[in-house]
Design a protein around this ligand. Structure first.
Ligand code: HGY
Ligand code: MN
Ligand code: MN
Length: 429
């Protein structure tokens, strides 16, 4: 009986508490996710919206128009970051910012980045319709080209080097061309840099992109830290020759060496204790005809871990083994680092606590956890305290058209985001 009474009282208390705070509109949030998915919709019903594409530009313009419709001052900085500002009641306070990205990987899903971006719009609309004015100004930030190396957030952190501007994505545009296309200005992209202390806090809601929350039937992830990641192009140079007349023992087959490299990446990454990951996600064999022995192969290498030292250790072991493979295959190999490095980042512990208490107050289950995916929040953490909120990914699937997060899970995350913003507004100076 006592247990029942305690439960009833708790539910009443939680209900009463949460009744004081507005809730987001779940249907409107999901409608915006579906609306956003229209930008880049293909014949097969899937959406393509890689950064700098026409679809990306159209989606960005739609977000800008929506933010303006909320009465926000909207600007696009020199790196292409969209920044919507809602004035607070105390102009001495620094903004509380929140947002994510709307660009996608090729053949990606509708939720990666989109949930945090659409939830940011939903938070503003919910505050407006409840006539809630925060003391701190609020900023909604939509970062460009997150998938191509967290470009916008790196520029905002002052970490985007000139060499990054030549990195080309699957649209064929380089980052420099892309920044110009989306309304940035490469002649002054350094001006996108924001100084330490210029934001009171930054929050990012994001899908987990893994299966832990779903497996443990939990609503919310309180993110403790975000992995670092490094990319390289690995170029094998052999000798293109006739596939019919060149004896097997007289070949300099760049693709055969690359194939052994791919196996080595997997074996070496697994050979170290820990949770590091190593992937070859892209490969191009030239000249790319069935009757020509490939003379040149360019493959990618990505290594991730919460520790840069571990990334380096795994990389050196892979490089050493690959050089042995190349020598034995009578080809040469080069490792070319791509300027898309994202360093590991820890989230702010006091913001973690606010996220936890928001989840508790909303009666949502949660766990503390790391992020195996990279995010814009990791670069923003160079100059501001950040927090990240995860919601479940169905089947742990992401970077795939099969990516899915339910409307209820999205609304849970958006309500935790809203509540955390309001509690930080009260507590932060
Ligand atoms: O690749 C990542 O980790 C992120 O989804 N951009
Ligand atoms: Mn993302
Ligand atoms: Mn992604």
């Amino acid at each position: 009986m006592k247990q029942l009474l305690a439960t009833v009282l708790t539910l009443f208390f939680v209900g009463a508490l949460s009744a004081q705070q507005p809730k987001v509109n779940q249907d409107r949030l999901e409608d915006r996710i579906f609306n956003l998915a229209e930008f880049g919709l293909q014949e097969n019903g899937e959406t393509e919206r890689v950064a700098f594409s026409d679809a990306d530009i159209d989606a960005r313009n739609w977000v800008i128009k929506t933010l303006k419709g909320f009465g926000m001052e909207v600007r696009v900085d020199a790196a292409g970051n969209i920044i919507g500002k809602k004035q607070g009641t105390d102009s001495s306070k620094k903004p509380i910012a929140f947002g994510s990205h709307i660009d996608r990987v090729p053949n990606g899903g509708n939720y990666d980045g989109c949930v945090g971006s659409m939830a940011a719009l939903e938070v503003i609309e919910t505050l407006n319709e409840n006539n809630i004015k925060t003391k701190h100004p609020l900023e909604v930030i939509i970062f460009p080209n997150e998938e191509g190396g967290v470009m916008g957030s790196r520029a905002m952190a002052g970490n985007l080097g000139k060499s990054a501007l030549s990195v080309v994505n699957s649209t064929g545009y380089s980052m420099g061309e892309g920044i110009m296309r989306i309304g940035g200005d490469t002649t002054k992209f350094k001006e996108a840099k924001r100084e330490k202390g210029s934001l009171a806090a930054f929050l990012e809601l994001h899908i987990e992109q893994g299966g832990k929350l779903e497996k443990e039937n939990l609503d919310i992830g309180v993110v403790e830290g975000i992995v670092g990641l490094n990319w390289w192009d690995v170029v094998f140079t052999g000798f293109a020759n006739h596939a019919g007349t060149t004896p097997m023992n007289a070949r300099q087959d760049a693709l055969l060496a690359a194939a052994k490299y791919i196996v080595a990446v997997n074996e070496i990454t697994n050979s170290f204790k820990g949770t590091q990951v190593g992937t070859v996600g892209r490969i191009k064999a030239e000249p790319g005809a069935p009757n020509v022995i490939p003379g040149k192969v360019t493959a990618s290498l990505e290594i991730r871990d919460l520790s840069l030292e571990v990334i380096q250790k795994v990389y050196q072991a892979i490089k050493k083994k690959t050089e042995e493979i190349a020598e034995a295959s009578n080809v040469s190999v080069e490792f070319l680092p791509l300027d898309t490095t994202a360093e590991p980042a820890l989230t702010d512990t006091s913001i973690q606590t606010e996220i936890e208490s928001s989840a508790n107050a909303l009666g949502l289950s949660y766990q503390y956890m790391p992020s195996g995916a990279g995010h814009d929040a990791q670069d923003i953490s160079r100059f501001a305290p950040v927090g990240m909120i995860f919601v479940p990914s169905k089947g742990g699937i992401s970077h795939s058209p099969k990516e899915f997060t339910s409307a209820e899970d999205m609304a849970n995350g958006a309500n935790v985001l809203l509540r955390t913003i309001l509690s930080l507004d009260k507590k932060l100076d």
